[in-house]
Design a protein around this ligand. Structure first.
Ligand SMILES: [Zn+2]
Length: 369
């Protein structure tokens, strides 16, 4: 995903996807017209309006994205409090996405999913209360509050739809997991999610708008990916990292220059290196990271500055967890650490080999539950 980091909140990186910038002027005009419509309904003409409609539209658009950010932060902060790994938050044209690890208990997963919509509903109700209280404020400001309330309430309610992997769908899956096990629960939630996705696309094409079509596609792909991940997890069963790990990966000191790291990668034919600081693994440096640094700067930048701070795996961890972590952290290889010592690495190629070999002696995939 092409996204640039704009800052971080409580240590959680916040990124903006290019599609967000694309949508900004478009939404500003759209919301501007919407604002004007609401103003005219309140008895205000275009001439009476303080400022131009697109300015109010831009304000509303920024308020919407701020609301989306707060919604995503609610998920992320609850996740972090429960010890679930949070990678980052990305704002896209159609909303926000948090990359968060999986909670080990369905209950935690459900509350984590509920936290976002709950905060949105709370924000919406607060804006609505302010609108009602501030009767003496300028009409434009009151309209702004009313529309911001509407956006947040809509955001909260829409996300509660059981369209997995949207929040409501995650709550549905967590609720089903207790009775049916995670395999069936994911399959059912994924199917409901795909049905909703198709409905979104149809509703969007029938006049609901371009964004609804996009959201539908996004939900469909998301549900599909989650179901496929579950199948992979079944296939991997209880295979452990130690079964598929390879020897200790070449490691480099944290303060090694990128130029030197590139030479090592080339010389040893390694697409990734483990970055070690004082005997402790601090991250993984990939060929892609190195490629992103212009040649003339490679001498001045140290490996630790651009390495991915990935969590390391333990030999007894399940392989599917390693696979999931790789996806979340966007690295092809993870270091394996045993009692503080680097003992090996696990990479995607080794996992794929493992899946292939496993399918040799288990032609029928066993059901997880
Ligand atoms: Zn959410």
């Amino acid at each position: 995903m092409r996204a640039m980091q704009i800052g971080s909140v409580w240590g959680i990186p916040v990124r903006i996807h290019w599609s967000f910038l694309l949508a900004l002027p478009f939404l500003a005009v759209l919301f501007g017209e919407y604002f004007l419509g609401a103003a005219e309904m309140a008895g205000l003409s275009r001439q009476d309006l303080a400022g131009r409609p697109w300015m109010w539209g831009l304000g509303l658009t920024l308020a919407l994205f701020l609301s989306v950010l707060v919604h995503e932060l609610a998920h992320a902060i609850y996740a972090r409090r429960r010890g679930v790994r949070v990678v980052d938050i990305t704002l896209l044209m159609i909303g926000g996405v948090s990359r968060i690890g999986e909670a080990d208990r369905p209950r935690t997963e459900a509350i984590m999913a509920l936290a976002g919509p709950l905060v949105s509903l709370l924000l919406g109700s607060t804006a609505l209360a302010l609108f009602l209280v501030a009767s003496a404020a300028p009409i434009e400001l009151r309209l702004g509050l009313l529309l911001a309330a509407q956006l947040n309430l809509l955001l909260g309610l829409f996300n509660l739809l059981p369209a997995f992997p949207m929040d409501g769908g995650r709550i549905l899956r967590a609720a089903l997991t207790g009775k049916l096990g995670s395999h069936r629960a994911t399959w059912i939630a994924g199917t409901v999610g795909r049905v909703f996705a198709v409905l979104f696309v149809v509703a969007g094409l029938l006049g609901g708008g371009f964004f609804l079509v996009l959201i539908g596609l996004f939900v469909y792909l998301g549900a599909d990916a989650e179901v496929r991940q579950m199948q992979m997890r079944d296939l991997l069963g209880d295979v452990r990292v130690r079964d598929l790990m390879t020897g200790a990966p070449p490691s480099i000191a944290a303060r090694t220059s990128i130029r030197r790291a590139a030479e090592r990668m080339e010389f040893e034919r390694q697409p990734a290196l483990t970055v070690v600081d004082d005997g402790r693994v601090v991250g993984v440096l990939t060929a892609r990271d190195v490629k992103a640094v212009p040649d003339q700067k490679r001498g001045a930048i140290e490996a630790v500055e651009i390495a991915h701070a990935t969590p390391s795996m333990a030999p007894e961890d399940e392989v599917w967890k390693a696979l999931r972590t790789m996806g979340e952290s966007d690295v092809p290889v993870l270091p394996v650490v045993d009692h503080g010592e680097l003992v090996g690495a696990i990479d995607q190629a080794a996992i794929l080999r493992g899946i292939e070999l496993r399918s040799l002696h288990e032609p029928r995939r066993p059901s997880a539950h």
